[in-house]
Design a protein around this ligand. Structure first.
Ligand code: FDA
Length: 308
């Protein structure tokens, strides 16, 4: 399986396959299991449905590594539209943003000012911006930027970041973020990283995930535990129970279309669940990372595809 993971991750950056997939009916139909649709309206419809099932959500306008400041501004505009709609429609939703989509590779200052505009808008709309974590080239810059964004008075508690349990550095990052009372989404990590930076073995990633979860949960800050791994979820539930941490002091987070059974059963047991809802036309890299996590998804999708 690790070989298949590497193949899918390598294919996630293949531009010819990307162009073919994103423009073909076949590709769009395949991706629909994990991607809520192409438009803002599709995302809002999915958000309302998720809310009706007793779960909150985080909306992700798909896209990474934009090529011009104009593209970055357009990407930010989509998020402003989402924030307006979240407020107007009273959705239980926030947004997840990638810094490379805000132009980080072109001009970090531009990325900062676009992200700052979004955090200020989110604060005014009584919601929240999560900066997703990308590959390790961006870890330090993303954490530094969140820290800077969080210092604005109105922005406190309105912006948070993601920590990847596969990185060796994550314990130190968690210590820093907790000292600054910044909200963290803890996940395992979805990118291809060298053994010099990340645990190559799943067992070690899992151990680190549990260790980091145990630092986050008692911190008094509201964090997200993002995983579909039942062992990680069970470890979190057990730890919270032992420490007397109430079910509304943290949330589980899962991806749209992944383990919907588990999402529902957690809600039924009284836990908070947030569903990460991606949408947009640039779905290819996101979709390929989901296949990398579970290559069996390809067979699942193909089976459903031919059934329909
Ligand atoms: P793991 O991969 O060990 O899988 C455990 C079990 O979960 C599998 O056996 C299977 O049953 C189920 N499962 C996992 N993935 C599945 C899939 N795609 N389809 C079907 N079943 C699946 N990463 C990152 O680097 N930066 C980020 O910002 C984020 N953000 C983020 C937000 C949210 C809400 C989630 C849930 C995840 C992320 N991730 C992420 C992705 C994360 O790093 C990781 O790649 C995936 O969540 C898969 O890891 P699991 O913890 O689910 O466990």
């Amino acid at each position: 399986m690790p070989i298949l993971r590497s193949i899918f991750i390598a294919l996630s950056t293949n531009s010819s396959l990307r162009q073919f997939m994103e423009n073909s009916t076949l590709g769009v139909r395949m991706s629909s299991r994990f991607v809520a649709g192409k438009t803002v309206e599709d995302a809002l419809t999915a958000a309302a449905a998720v809310n009706r099932h007793g779960m909150s959500c985080s909306l992700d306008s798909l896209g990474e590594n934009v090529h011009s400041p104009q593209e970055a501004r357009q990407a930010a505009d989509v998020y402003h539209r989402l924030l307006d709609a979240i407020e107007q429609r009273h959705l239980d939703a926030n947004v997840s943003v990638k810094l490379t989509q805000m132009g980080m590779d072109l001009d970090p200052q531009l990325a900062f000012s676009l992200a700052e505009g979004l955090v200020e808008h989110a604060a005014a709309a009584n919601t929240f911006v999560r900066l997703d974590m990308e590959g390790s080239d961006y870890t330090q810059a993303t954490i530094d930027m969140v820290s800077k964004l969080h210092t604005g008075n109105e922005n406190r508690g309105r912006v948070g970041v993601v920590i990847q349990a596969y990185l060796y550095r994550s314990q130190a990052d968690v210590d820093r973020l907790l000292a600054e009372k910044i909200r963290v989404r803890l996940c395992k990590g979805a990118y291809q990283e060298p053994a010099s930076l990340a645990f190559p073995e799943k067992a070690d990633v899992d151990k680190n995930f549990v260790r980091l979860m145990q630092c986050l949960l008692p911190s008094g800050v509201y964090h997200g535990i993002a995983t579909h791994d039942e062992q990680m979820i069970e470890a979190t539930r057990r730890f919270a129970k032992e420490r007397g941490i109430a079910a509304d002091e943290f949330e589980f987070q899962m991806l749209y279309g992944v383990r919907r059974d588990l999402q529902k059963s957690l809600v039924a047991s009284g836990y908070r669940v947030r569903v990460y809802i991606p949408f947009g036309t640039d779905w290819y890299p996101y979709f390929m990372r989901r296949l990398a996590e579970r290559p069996a998804n390809l067979f699942f999708i193909a089976r459903n595809f031919f059934r329909n």
